[in-house]
Design a protein around this ligand. Structure first.
Ligand code: NAI
Length: 719
């Protein structure tokens, strides 16, 4: 809808009305067409102002309409009609002008923005490009380099930056609509020819070819297989080299390719999945909308190692008071310095004051007596954590929530050591905790809905993609990672190299392959866990039996590397070699290749040729198979939860939607068939045995992913 009103006698004020962000739905577009026509045909109107209700100009296209048959007037002719109008049309931009909203504003003759407004063309993040003339008008208005930057990244700019770039004509701290009406009156009657952006030539740019070549290379590198950023460059190139109408034709042609691509579907799925995970629910029936979070003003962090420091920073940046406790004096001093440095750098980037005075450091756990919530991040040692939880239960005021950042221990067991297990949840952050977007909120069977709601709300405040998951070994993310890494090890035994495996995964879109990742996080971490699980045996044994542990196939390769002191980047040697500790440049290591050959010979393994397809199928389908187990066990409430975890925390390429969405795209029957094939070839690898839920979904006709939830429910009720 769009409301029409006459103000200051001769100005037509058109207000977009579609809460919450005045998205350009069919009704809104129809409203704009009708009200603009009315304004233009009314002889008493000399100028037009377009604004949005409730302090938001327009958030862009209505994503809900994507994929359905578009009804109502199309955007392009609507914007063109505004630009061709013979009365000045001024956009009054409050809140945000994003995507189609900014394209609409670019069709207006003038743009006035409130100082707090944000503008941008974020279509690329949904696998699309600004295809209502945005890719053709913006370069004509602000030049090719700036337009390329905005369109290929989708970043939002502040009103101040928009003014500096020339996107808006004026910024006001006062009432934007009043300022726009006043401005409209002042320009009424002036020639509008110089204000129609589509008629502008694109600003001249020396060495255009070189510029596009350079940008294209950069975009290809960072896109990791996503096609939308590349199409955005091509569209801007059309603006720079073709007349407007031909550029528009190219924009439409590129958009048509993107629109029907699986990538746009995957990215839009991610957009909705991120919202869906906020609507969490537990097997007990507790849900987000019936569980009230408690207010958290003051929090404590126990243990200021790698994780505790990042968590302290994340909490302080959210505006909470933090008590940071560390028993080791040296660690405490180092932590203080590190935390202050992180806060100062973060504040500088965001142009705010660092929150240094929000943190009180202490060596004494008694200091946490009056906090609302504690996050424990001491060593991964069950006896130590149990002791800390007992101390916390004694020290903290009644009702304080006790959260653990454990990555593998049993949250329920820790809870059972406290007098109030309902107050215990896991808050599983990822390193570095103030940067990484993902947070798994782990509930046990006794965690209260209120505790889960509080942890979820705190995660949201910290800007995390927070996902509520059940309690099991590795929770969701690490549990699925295990079969993935295991397959990579097996592939090495069978003839692959770390380089081959990593290249296949990086070409798929991961920022780094499994072996580069393992070198970065340290091979010793997994070694310690495997030792704890009784899997590691002293080296020297050979033959098939040396590669079977606890009745299943096992690869001791990682353990052997650790025995050689190869812990990854930190020791300059791992699956690759590095010039200095911590170096990110992984170089092939001939030692490793000879080691693999000797290993295979010793174990009677004959190397065979392994191609990228096998790497992808074995690593990814094993991981996906575990995802089905997780759904079947009710550890994740739906496939969206798993996909958000993988996209936000494990580098799964967003344009492939997450592992479960990917399985849906590939086809469940195909995933099942390949798993069956590989399980037949490797019967001693239980992770390759297809999950019964996958079989049942295929038997139910492979329903699309948005219907899995109801099908799983039905299948479970039949058991
Ligand atoms: P860390 O070894 O870097 O730090 C642990 C800190 O706790 C040390 O500074 C130690 O002095 C301190 N500490 C030990 N006992 C204490 C006590 N009673 N009171 C106060 N402080 C005490 O360990 P990191 O890597 O930070 O891990 C902490 C927890 O987070 C572990 O449970 C780990 O599994 C988990 N985690 C670690 C991740 C990582 O990437 N490092 C990722 C996600 C979770």
């Amino acid at each position: 809808m769009a409301a029409y009103k006459r103000v200051s006698e001769s100005v037509a004020l058109i207000t977009l009305q579609n809460p919450p962000v005045n998205a350009l739905s069919a009704a809104v577009r129809q409203g704009i067409v009708d009200t603009v026509e009315r304004a233009l045909s009314d002889p008493n109107v000399t100028a037009v102002v377009i604004c949005g209700q409730n302090g938001v100009f327009c958030g862009g296209a209505d994503i809900k309409e994507f994929g359905s048959n578009m009804s109502g007037p199309p955007l392009i002719p609507m914007i063109h009609a505004i630009e061709s109008a013979n009365k000045p049309v001024v956009a009054a931009i409050e809140g945000s002008a994003l995507g189609g909203g900014l394209e609409l504003a670019l069709g207006c003759h003038y743009r006035i923005a409130h100082s707090k407004a944000r503008l941008g063309l974020p279509e690329v993040s949904l696998g699309l490009l600004p295809a209502a003339g945005g890719s053709q008008r913006l370069p004509r208005l602000i030049g090719v380099p700036a337009a390329l930057n905005l369109i290929t990244t989708g970043r939002h700019v502040t009103a101040a930056e928009a003014l500096q770039l020339g996107i808006v004509d004026q910024v006001t701290d006062h009432n934007t609509v009043d300022a726009a009406v006043k401005f409209a009156l002042s320009v009424a009657g002036r020639s509008l020819d110089p204000r129609r952006i589509s008629t502008y030539p694109c600003p001249q740019q020396p060495d255009l070819d070189a510029l596009f070549e350079e940008v294209m290379q950069k975009v290809r590198r960072s896109a990791r297989g996503a096609i939308a950023p590349i199409a955005c460059v091509q569209a801007v190139r059309a603006a720079a080299t073709l007349p407007y109408t031909q550029g528009m034709a190219r924009e439409q042609e590129l958009m048509a390719t993107l629109f029907t691509s699986g990538q746009a579907r995957a990215l839009q799925y991610c957009f909705f999945a991120q919202r869906a995970v906020g609507r969490w629910r537990m097997p007990s029936g507790a849900r987000w909308d019936t569980s009230k979070p408690r207010p958290v003003h003051k929090a404590a962090v126990i243990g200021l190692g790698t994780m505790g420091r990042g968590i302290t920073v994340a909490l302080a940046q959210t505006g909470l008071s933090v008590i940071a406790v560390e028993t080791q004096e040296k660690q405490l001093m180092e932590a203080k310095q590190a935390v202050s440095g992180m806060l100062e750098r973060g504040a500088k980037r965001r142009g705010v004051a660092p929150a240094l005075d929000r943190i009180i450091y202490s060596q004494n756990i008694q200091a946490v007596a009056d906090v609302d919530l504690v996050i424990e991040a001491v060593f991964e040692d069950v006896a130590l954590k149990t002791k800390v939880f007992k101390q916390l239960s004694a020290v903290c005021k009644p009702g304080t929530l006790l959260c653990t950042n454990t990555s593998a221990l049993d949250v329920d067991q820790l809870a059972s050591e406290t007098p109030n297990p309902e107050l215990v949840v896991g808050m599983h952050f990822f390193a570095p905790a103030h940067v990484m977007k993902l947070l798994e909120v782990v509930y046990g069977p006794r965690s209260s809905p209120e505790a889960v709601a509080t942890a979820m709300q705190l995660g949201k405040k910290m800007g995390k993609a927070s996902v509520a998951v059940g309690n099991c070994r590795g929770f969701v993310g690490n549990r699925m990672l295990k079969p993935y890494v295991e397959q990579a090890f097996f592939l090495l035994e069978e003839g692959a190299t770390p380089e081959l495996v990593d290249r296949a995964l990086e070409e798929f879109g991961f920022p780094m392959g499994v072996f580069t990742m393992s070198d970065l996080s340290g091979l010793d971490v997994g070694w310690r866990v495997r030792k704890g699980d009784g899997l590691v045996e002293p080296g020297g044994a050979s033959g098939r039996s040396a590669r079977v542990r606890q009745g299943r196939r096992y690869s001791p390769l990682g353990d052997l590397l650790c025995e050689h002191g190869r812990f990854g980047q930190k020791t300059c040697r791992g699956w690759y070699q590095y010039d200095k500790p911590g170096s990110r440049v992984a170089r092939s290591d001939p030692w490793l290749h000879s080691f693999l050959e000797a290993y295979r010979a010793e174990h009677g393994l004959v190397a065979r040729r392994i191609d990228h397809q096998e790497v992808l199928e074995r690593c990814l389908y094993a991981l996906i198979n575990e995802g089905f187990h997780i759904l079947d066990d009710g550890i994740a409430a739906g496939p969206e939860d798993i996909d958000v975890i993988y996209v936000s925390g494990y580098g799964w390429p967003r344009h492939r939607g997450g592992p479960m969405f990917y399985a849906n795209m590939v086809g469940l029957a195909k995933v099942l068939e390949r798993l069956e094939h590989y399980h037949q070839a490797h019967p001693d690898v239980p992770h390759l045995q297809p999950c019964s839920l996958l079989r049942r979904l295929v038997a139910s006709g492979s329903p699309p992913i948005h219907r899995w939830g109801e099908v799983i429910k039905k299948l479970h009720s039949q058991l």
